[in-house]
Ligand binder design. Structure first.
Ligand code: R5P
Length: 269
């Protein structure tokens, strides 16, 4: 890896422990103004100080994130299909690498839809994006997306998708936690972070997933809805940080969440 690329990657995966708590807030690119992300500026403001990196589109960066914010950007650069269209997997690259450079992105992120009708198209998107990233020293996060087919989240499928994504040159991979997750990580030669998926019934469940993922080899989390759709988003991201960076158990993280969500603690920054 070239120096610039390694340096950018180290802004996302913290050099002290190689781990990260990314905050995913790119959902508007296919979901529109989804619940609690109607106004990204308001949602993100109290959370940014606790995020190791922020995953958003260029539209949200420019309109909703202060340019002086000291948070590395993982810029979502794929899209083109929405929940209203025929197939979420039909994605193209939506942002030029030059714009990622202009925005001082620490990494760019693109979804691949392995096993879908758009497998070849989205894997081709990834390969070309890696080539462009290498030219300018920007690492690529490959996101193994499943669209609406949530049943695809089993270890056999995710191990295939993660490995293929790494083989095509992604510098780190984002996927889902699943039973047998250890094998997914073991078969992937680059760091793996997990998405949270739809908001869990309670924060304890999401913290438990994060804890299990870290125990089974994840390099961090890139969660969105389970943070900003929580009634106490700041407490939630701080509890996640305890798991990822401070070796907290799931129970310790739950206790921290309970403590931080007490009146007066809610917006502690
Ligand atoms: C996936 O590609 C989305 O754009 C999100 O970044 C991802 O799903 C993570 O967010 P959540 O934790 O809400 O699933």
């Amino acid at each position: 890896m070239d120096w610039g690329l390694r340096n950018r990657l180290s802004r996302v995966l913290r050099p002290e422990d190689g781990r990260t708590v990314m905050l995913a807030a790119d959902h508007g690119y296919f979901l529109g103004p989804t619940h609690r992300l109607e106004d990204p500026r308001e949602t993100l403001r109290p959370l940014i100080p606790f995020a190791d990196a922020l995953m958003v589109t260029r539209g949200v960066v420019r309109s909703c994130v202060d340019a002086t914010a000291q948070v590395p950007l993982v810029l979502r650069v794929s899209g083109g299909s929405t929940v209203a269209g025929p197939d979420l997997a039909d994605e193209v690259v939506t942002t030029a690498m030059e714009d990622a450079v202009r925005l001082n992105a620490s990494a760019v992120a693109l979804s691949v839809f392995v096993g879908s009708a758009y497998e070849r198209q989205t894997l081709g998107n990834l390969a070309r994006l890696v080539d462009r990233g290498l030219e300018v020293g920007i690492p690529v996060l490959g996101v193994t997306a499943v669209g609406k087919e949530l049943e695809k989240r089993d270890a056999r499928y995710l191990a295939l998708a993660c490995r293929v994504t790494a083989e095509l040159g992604a510098h780190f991979v984002k996927t889902y936690f699943c039973d047998g997750f250890e094998a997914v990580v073991a078969g992937c030669p680059v760091p793996v972070v997990i998405a949270g998926g739809p908001k869990s019934d309670n924060e304890r469940d999401a913290l438990q997933v994060a804890y299990r993922a870290m125990q089974e080899g994840a390099s961090g989390v890139d969660m969105g809805r389970n943070v900003w759709q929580s009634t106490h988003p700041v407490a939630m991201i701080r509890a996640l940080r305890a798991i990822v960076h401070e070796q907290a158990s799931a129970q310790e993280a739950c206790d921290l969440f309970d403590e931080l969500r007490q009146p007066g603690q809610r917006q502690v920054v």
